[in-house]
Design a protein around this ligand. Sequence first.
Ligand code: ADP
Ligand code: MG
Length: 702
Amino acid sequence: MRPALLNPLFAPVTSLSGVGPKQDKLFRFLLDRSDTPRLVDLLLHLPVSVIDRRTRPKIRYVVPGTVVTIEVTVDRHRPAPPGRSRAPHVVYASDDTGDVMLTYFRAQPGYVEKLLPVGEKRYVSGTAQMFDGTLQMVHPDRVVDEEGLAKLPQIDPVYPLTEGLAIGSIRRAMVQALAKLPDLPEWISPEVLRRCSFPSISEALHRVHEPVELTDILPQNPFWSRLAFDELLAGQLALALVRAQLRRPAGLRNAGDGHLRNKIIDALPYALTHSQQEAVKAIASDLVQPVRMLRLLQGDVGSGKTVVALLAAAAVAEAGKQSALMAPTEILARQHIKTIAPLAERAGLRVAILTGREKGKERRDILSRLEAGEIDLLVGTHALIQGDVMFKSLALAVVDEQHRFGVRERLALTDKGDAVDVLVLSATPIPRTLVLTYFGDMDISELREKPAGRQPVDTRAVPGSRINEIIDAVGRAVDSGKLVYWICPLVEQSDVDDFAHLTNATKRFEILQKRFGDRVGLVHGQMKGMEKDRAMAQFASGEIQVLVATTVVEVGLDVPAATIMVIENAERFGLAQLHQLRGRIGRGSEASTCLLLYHEPLGEMSAARLKVIRETTDGFRIAEEDLRLRGEGEVLGTQQSGLPGYRIARPEVHAQLITQARDEALRIMKDNPTLSGERGEALRCLLYLYERDEALPLIGAG
Ligand code: ADP
Ligand code: MG
């Protein structure tokens, strides 16, 4: 149960005055939430910059183009002439050194007159400009009288804007939210508070939203850092709680004598790479330990993680137990089963797939076989964690591309068995600091070598203006029987309009179809599973030679015969994403080419990123460069600017805080693993504030 103390912060933003149902939608968009945001979400939305209103010159000394606050006397009004609503309402004002025009467009009748009464003194703040030799201020940000001046913030925070939501609305909402901030207990230990010179959370929130100094809102300063530390601590503590639960002695041996594994290895048409063998060995030894496994298997796309996961499942089956493999998308789940099924069959391992597409009788059959223990490995999507999916004896959960799943989902899956061992597959090599932020302490296996026989990919950057040449080249490739991926970007998360991002791929598809006819296929995220699979199957069989796609092909899709990839607007993709995409080619024995089409002009940052992609195919190096160039969000291939789930902490600024938060979390786990007493209560507040409370039921009420 959430501490009652926090209730005011969990009130919806619509409870604030000036935030109605219309703003609800805008605030959802602003704060990136699917439901109505709460005050806490608003308060943790930090400013990106500030406006300094402290300059108070006389009119004559105003520097055009700067923000100033000036004291004026209102001389006269010139409202828009009747019937010419597009003409501005101009207010002439002055001081003893000069004149200024205050200009309002489309003002409500009477509004400006009331705001700036003739003959009175007012303080106006905003950006001054020269217009026809006269100083002018268009829509002053603030107009106040003597009394208002005392309350006028000297420094105004600026928030990223959402179309339709004025900065003033955000500020007004923020002021109200700050006023509702309860007196929160301190959850950070005195040592850390002292060492890092952190202010209290209340002071931190006030100072970033009501800055006193221009630097108050900088991420490296104590106010923001305090909030970042809180967020990191909440994350680390939640992970530690989950881990403590996972690490409970299981006393179970989840691996058998090796007979199934040997059969699979014998059936492989290739030899395992050295690092695959190492990973298999490490997993096997985890499986027989009397503590739960929590292992991350990292490896570039195409490095052969699936077979390692299959061998883990085989080991578990040898001991008469079951495994589940959960993938983030239907496509990936089907890809896995395709790789796995033939090998499993040869070894007598019983596998099945369960996604949203298995329905009715088919689904009931799978569920009853699963419960009877007649399925050894169940591959699937989120469908695996539905309540009615019951295993006879689930012992291993393999989670592919974990960062797309939250802790909640991982727990939901591991809850389906006793002391379930967990293997996480990640195709995005993640630098160590981020592993820590994301997963907490985990054992790690890396697949660093590429399977033998792979050809390098020749990567080139080409300006978008040469698209016709590219289409010609694709034409020649198609004529000689080659398979081509053509990737179009998702338009920025303007998901308000769900279909905006389709236009790119769909349009390109139509253009290419005119040229290549039915040799072109299309696959995007809004298509039904069946349609997607059909398009991909046709591509895999060569029936379709050009597959126009959005990033749905990003991870896992395996068509070794595809040797060409064109990526449109490559500058819009994150490095990790480009790397993932490119990993779709170069999987066979033929040389491959990747063409990065970019939109001109190319910014410095984009140029640097494309250069990295051209120069190396080492995913680990790319991840490191990415972290250096762009910061965290891109490293994980997300389009958000921060770590998913982390709104405030930024590894490039707060890297040190990650380890400190981890140490603090470990100390808490050692001294007070049930989060009891006063400090425990405070820490529970922290977990709720940062939405990391999912682990709390594991330790019970405090
Ligand atoms: P990942 O999931 O790591 O991206 P996959 O497991 O899908 O990679 O493997 C990619 C392809 O490489 C598959 O077709 C798989 O059969 C093949 N493969 C896996 N291991 C080896 C190996 N040691 N030698 C050759 N091919 C391999
Ligand atoms: Mg894979």
